[in-house]
Design a protein around this ligand. Structure first.
Ligand code: SF4
Ligand code: SF4
Length: 377
């Protein structure tokens, strides 16, 4: 019997566990292999339920040979990459981390689907998460904005034709993506937002598409944009900052009346400074960075986060030379999806300039920004 773990403790994890132990095990046994038993469910927070264990406990059982692998159901779009990074940090071999197929009720009655139920993550041409900017500037200008939007002094919109070419290039390598988040800066500032949404949907019909906005312009969305969002099943995600406090009820009502599904964060009252000018060499920082799972597409490249693409604004404002020339070239003829996925799991030079800073009250930046608005030391 092969003893393994499954990530999470939702209906998706329990369905995956059930199919692995029944239909998938039957298939292995018919082909002369061993059956599977799912001993534990691995959770990122504190384990609570029966059979739940933490990543650290999983790593101990893995090191002792009691568990040989872990399966991550595809339905965990947001936590997926964070989990893989945490597993690597804990010493799990990447070849023992498996991805599930998209689950649905019919999977277990379809032998062809059961046969491909799980795949080692590097052999699966799938990304759980992708984000891209459609505007680098913003209409809110939060102090400590990690994307440096307050330092973008002129409107900077992503070029639509370039974006289409880049997404098509990515599609050749990665035909399926779990969630695609369109952001900035403030994405609703871009008058072509609808075109970006429609093209993304055309290439990735099964993905969740979300526009991440500070919400200030939601009630000014044009009827055309609203129609395009509905036709292309795009959602709104509101990052809730204090200036929205007075109008949030009306904004929610507007979205409800327009039949646009939305999610909303708790109100942000604190922001952390995460920038240092004194480089460190702690590779572990990357593996614990929650933004390291925010795979970002820009300028023909893919990177583990937005930083290689937005640091140019910080450098220009403060005459610094933080690394910017990073990211994986999607037009490199030798690039395979396996290499792309493997390289997204490696720290960048830019990571040496990130640190965990203290949290400060959220506020809008003054007229003239100073390095202390971002830098810890
Ligand atoms: S709303 Fe978001 S993008 Fe805009 S300045 Fe604030 S943190 Fe940056
Ligand atoms: S540059 Fe590296 S450490 Fe900094 S936010 Fe991006 S992934 Fe995290």
């Amino acid at each position: 019997m092969l003893h393994i773990a499954v990530f999470g403790n939702t209906k998706w994890s329990l369905l995956m566990k059930d199919i692995l132990e029944k239909e998938y095990s039957d298939l292995l046994l018919q082909n002369g292999g061993e059956g599977i038993h799912v001993d534990n469910l691995v959770v990122l927070g504190t384990p609570q339920g029966e059979n739940e264990i933490s990543v650290r406990e999983f790593a101990q059982l893995y090191a002792s040979g009691k568990l040989i692998s872990i399966v991550i159901p595809k339905e965990y779009y947001i936590h997926h990459n964070n989990l893989i990074l945490a597993l690597l940090r804990a010493g799990i071999d990447i070849n023992d981390i498996y991805e599930g197929i998209r689950l649905s009720g019919e999977v277990r009655t379809n032998p062809e689907r059961v046969a491909v139920l799980i795949t080692p993550t590097l052999s699966d041409p799938y990304l759980s998460y992708l984000e891209f900017h459609v505007a680098d500037h913003c209409n809110l200008n939060c102090k400590y904005c990690t994307h440096y939007s307050p330092l973008v002094t002129e409107p900077v919109f992503s070029d639509f034709e370039r974006f289409c070419s880049d997404l098509q290039q990515l599609k050749k390598l990665i035909p399926d993506i779990g969630i695609i988040r369109i952001l900035g800066g403030e994405p609703l500032l871009n008058p072509e937002l609808g075109r970006f949404i429609a093209f993304t949907r055309k290439l990735y019909p099964a993905s969740i598409i979300t526009v991440v906005t500070n919400g200030l312009l939601i009630r000014q969305m044009s009827p055309d944009l609203i129609q395009l969002m509905k036709e292309n099943m795009a959602f709104i995600h509101i990052s809730f900052y204090p200036p929205l406090q007075e109008t949030i009820g009306e904004i929610k009502r507007f979205l409800y009346e327009q039949e646009i599904p939305y999610t909303i964060t708790e109100m942000t009252t604190k922001f952390s400074k995460t920038q240092t000018l004194t480089p460190h060499s702690d590779e572990d920082f990357f593996y614990g960075c929650f933004q390291a799972s925010c795979t970002c597409l820009q300028d023909g490249k893919l990177a583990p986060c937005y930083a290689p693409f937005t640091t140019k604004y910080f450098n220009a404002a403060f005459s610094t030379k933080l690394p910017t020339d990073e990211g994986i070239d999607l037009y490199d003829d030798t690039l395979t999806f396996m290499r792309l996925k493997a390289e997204l799991l490696l720290p960048m030079q830019r990571c040496r300039y990130c640190t965990s800073g203290d949290a400060y009250p959220w506020e809008i930046i003054g007229k003239h920004s100073v390095p202390e608005d971002w830098v810890v030391d």
